[in-house]
Design a protein around this ligand. Structure first.
Ligand code: NAG
Ligand code: NAG
Ligand code: NAG
Ligand code: NAG
Ligand code: NAG
Ligand code: NAG
Ligand code: NAG
Length: 454
């Protein structure tokens, strides 16, 4: 089982270890064959620890840099003209349709990023909860243009996050965010947005600070972050060096008790799959091996990523729809990475400084495969039992809007001032997780719309 070395996020999969300065970055390559045509590569490395936001802490830890790279049509669109916008243009007057706030028919997730001169709702100074790998400003990111955009759905307007309204609505309520490090990124954003109005107190954390809980005494609001990257029961193997000793074993038919055991205590749950599913894995059902996803050395039949992911999400949604307790369950769709000029391990980076225009970048094959499965399984669950479940199941389809934000990742600024000593230093980029403040704050604005416009 997981022998935790403090702070290693995707530790069990590490195969390379690299030391540079005080930073140890463990990276891991998994070559994964998906069906016929994909090769997916991935890393994960370290994770920040207990939150001291000091330069020393930043230097001593390494951030996570996960990535998925789908080949096939996934070549970076480097031939496109740079859309470097510099300072954003002033915002046009609100059009009439925007003033009529939320309309029934508006699709919150189809739209574009437009300039937002007023900028983010918090800063690296005002929010003390931004963890080092996300604190791009503090880490010396030189450009700030990425902060001055807001999401504008076609046909309606998403107001800025209103922390007062959120906390008043959520008095005595309990939330959970269940998933991987992207959910942690998301939780930090929510805490920063809320901390303007209520002061959170951390009331629980596990040994590795992966699962945590905060309470906002002013509104008796509880926010839990539950580390469950596979959502199902998973056995993870590694040797004493933290190297993967054996394939991880995923029990397709058994959900992770970490979240199911607490399920009845939550009023709202945000849940998501993610890049972990792309890793090598042996799948079991009823404790019997039913297949393996990229295990060429083992004589186990290949189980496609697609069928495994469908089954797992189907188990998750099955639990949700059959459970007597009916919290609002918000499923967040696949989050894209934006590595260009290479893969995560070969100098890939994300150095754009403004959003893509619509259709400028279509995403990688693997994104489409995974999101399609999510939409199918979500759709099935939402309409199960004569759509009885529609009321408490909500789709937070952040894929498209996130896809348009190659500029919003930490990139090299996941570490403290990476180029101070050497302008041409080779640094690991993180083009999967997001800077705070930044584009991911929009996810919370959209959640607010989803749950308050019923
Ligand atoms: C916040 O970021 C600015 C640069 O944008 C920097 O000058 C300042 O020192 C940072 N403050 C903290 C507390 O990190
Ligand atoms: C935020 O919500 C509160 C409570 O619903 C409301 O009184 C306030 O006007 C809102 N603020 C903004 C800027 O809309
Ligand atoms: C806080 O909320 C919980 C429900 O989440 C409730 O049981 C408890 O009584 C509340 N406490 C206070 C002090 O309001
Ligand atoms: C919160 O819970 C407390 C204690 O149970 C109760 O007095 C109060 O009315 C509740 N507030 C809301 C908004 O439900
Ligand atoms: C699970 O496996 C056990 C034996 O290991 C067997 O008795 C049982 O019928 C199986 N259940 C299902 C649902 O396949
Ligand atoms: C692989 O498994 C099949 C049946 O499960 C068996 O016939 C075959 O001999 C095995 N091959 C090796 C190399 O073990
Ligand atoms: C991004 O990096 C590439 C490759 O190193 C370089 O050609 C390009 O000019 C850079 N773009 C920006 C906006 O800095």
């Amino acid at each position: 089982m997981v022998k935790g070395r403090m702070g290693w996020d995707w530790e069990p999969w590490s195969v390379h270890q690299r030391k540079s300065n005080h930073v140890v970055v463990k990276l891991l390559v998994f070559v994964i064959l998906v069906g016929l045509s994909f090769r997916l590569l991935f890393s994960h490395s370290t994770d920040f620890q207990a939150v001291p936001v000091s330069p020393v802490a930043v230097a001593e830890i390494a951030a996570s840099a996960g990535a998925v790279v789908g080949l096939g049509d996934a070549k970076p669109q480097t031939d496109l003209p740079s859309t470097d916008a510099g300072a954003p243009a002033p915002k046009a007057a609100l059009d009439v349709e925007e003033q009529v706030s939320q309309q029934d028919k508006c699709d919150l997730f189809t739209g574009e990023w437009i300039p937002n001169p007023s900028g983010p709702l918090y800063t690296n100074e005002s929010c003390r909860f931004i963890e080092p790998p996300q604190n791009c400003m503090k880490n010396g990111r030189p450009d700030v243009g990425y902060l001055f955009w807001r999401w504008k759905p076609h046909g309606c307007h998403v107001p800025p996050f209103n922390a007062t309204k959120f906390l008043e609505t959520m008095q005595n309520r309990s939330w959970a965010l269940v998933g991987d490090s992207i959910l942690r990124n998301h939780a930090q954003s929510l805490i920063c947005l809320l901390s303007k109005v209520g002061d959170p107190v951390e009331v629980y954390h596990d040994d590795q600070y992966k699962s945590r809980r905060w309470h906002f005494p002013s509104h008796n609001f509880t926010l839990s972050l539950i580390w469950s990257p596979f959502l199902i029961k998973a056995e993870i193997f590694e040797n004493d060096n933290g190297e993967s000793k054996s394939e991880n074993r995923l029990h397709i038919d058994t959900l992770d008790k970490k979240w199911t055991s607490q399920y009845n205590s939550f009023d709202y749950i945000v849940i998501s799959g993610g890049q972990w599913f792309l890793k090598t894995a042996i799948y079991l059902e009823n404790n019997t091996v039913v297949g393996c996803h990229y295990c060429p050395k083992l004589n186990i039949s290949e189980l496609s990523l697609e069928s495994a992911y469908s089954k797992i999400l189907s188990s998750v949604f099955g639990f949700v729809t059959t459970s007597k307790h009916k919290p609002v369950v918000i499923y967040r769709t696949w989050t894209p990475d934006h590595f260009e000029y290479g893969e995560w391990f070969s100098g890939g980076k994300c150095n754009r400084t403004s959003p893509y225009k619509i259709r400028e970048f279509n995403g990688k094959d693997v994104d489409h495969v995974m999101r399609k499965i999510e939409l199918e399984e979500f759709g099935r669950a939402a309409t199960a039992d004569g759509s009885e479940n529609e009321a408490n199941l909500k789709l937070l389809d952040t894929y498209q809007l996130s896809l348009l934000r190659p500029d919003a990742h930490s990139g090299p600024y996941r570490t403290f001032h990476p180029f101070d000593k050497n302008k041409n230093a080779k640094v690991q980029n993180d083009c999967l997780h997001w800077c705070l403040p930044g584009a991911i704050d929009t996810w919370n604005e959209l959640i607010m719309e989803l749950i308050t416009n019923e």
